[in-house]
Design a protein around this ligand. Structure first.
Ligand SMILES: CC(C)(COP(=O)(O)OP(=O)(O)OC[C@H]1O[C@@H](n2cnc3c(N)ncnc32)[C@H](O)[C@@H]1OP(=O)(O)O)[C@@H](O)C(=O)NCCC(=O)NCCS
Length: 126
């Protein structure tokens, strides 16, 4: 599913596994799956950190993807609702995400669910 999320990216499965395991071991990162007949059809990863700006915890939706064959059936919306619910219950005052310019359908998906654009994201490879 992550290959579907980043089709242009050369995957390094061993590094990806390492990052996945660090997330699993972390107390601030959560993974959520949607399943259908025992198969994983959707995946979300999110994290929560203390924010001085929010004077509270701030949730960040790091990845959200639904299997191509299962899109448009409400699975992405249900995953997002679930992430929001957990974040709220954990004490987060806000949830944010960044999304690449080309993901125009995803932008509409988020805006229809109450998200608004509020900043530019600046990034630099290290
Ligand atoms: C964005 C994404 C997670 C949404 O998941 P989803 O299961 O399709 O979401 P839903 O079915 O709850 O809602 C999709 C919306 O698009 C519409 N839609 C219809 N057919 C669709 C299709 N084949 N694919 C996607 N969306 C479709 C739905 O009607 C719905 O409209 P709404 O916003 O008015 O409710 C999914 O499209 C995806 O994985 N995209 C590729 C990865 C991506 O861009 N992730 C976001 C990174 S920031």
């Amino acid at each position: 599913m992550l290959v579907q999320l980043w089709p242009q990216k050369a995957q390094n499965l061993s590094k990806l596994r390492g990052a996945f395991d660090r997330g699993l071991a972390s107390t601030t990162q959560r993974y959520v799956c949607a399943t259908e007949n025992g198969e994983i059809v959707g995946f979300a990863s999110f994290s929560m950190k203390s924010s001085l700006w929010q004077e509270a915890l701030l949730a960040s939706l790091d990845e959200l993807v639904v299997d191509e064959a299962s899109r448009g059936q409400g699975i992405g919306g249900a995953l997002l609702d679930y992430v929001v619910e957990i974040a709220r219950k954990t004490g987060c005052g806000r949830i944010e995400l960044d999304s690449a310019f080309h993901r125009t359908e995803a932008h509409e998906f988020y805006e229809r669910r109450g998200f608004e654009k509020r900043a530019f994201l600046f990034t630099m490879a290290l």
